[in-house]
Write a protein of this length. Structure first.
Length: 119
């Protein structure tokens, strides 16, 4: 089985920065893409960013463009989300997810890491 484990969440003041990490472990799998999602209290989970594993093309939600950067370390099978200029509305549980090459949807999910931005 594949496990995705997020880390790096925490409490930060508005305008601050955090870097989230997502480590993939377990059986070897070929990732087609990996992404970050978030879910704020009382809201549905929403897409944040995605990176295509081989081309490194990236995609972002409009709400985070210019502030967040997704990147990956292929050797470590780790994906990062650098979050700058954080706003209180970025407060949420952030989830890492992966699409394997034999899937058309995100089929692996992490447990999430809490990010809280104080005003």
């Amino acid at each position: 089985q594949v496990q995705l484990v997020e880390s790096g969440g925490g409490l930060v003041q508005a305008g601050g920065s955090l870097r989230l990490s997502c480590d993939a472990s377990g059986r070897t799998f070929s990732a087609y893409a990996m992404g970050w999602f978030r879910q704020a209290p009382g809201k549905e989970r929403e897409f944040v960013a995605r990176i295509m594993w081989y081309t490194r093309d990236t995609y972002y939600a409009d709400s985070v463009k210019g502030r967040f950067t997704i990147s990956r370390d292929n050797a470590k099978r780790t994906v990062y989300l650098q979050m700058n200029s954080l706003k209180p509305e970025d407060t949420a549980i952030y989830y890492c997810a992966a699409i394997s090459t034999d899937s058309s949807t995100y089929n692996y999910w992490g447990q999430g890491t809490q990010v809280t931005v104080s005003s």
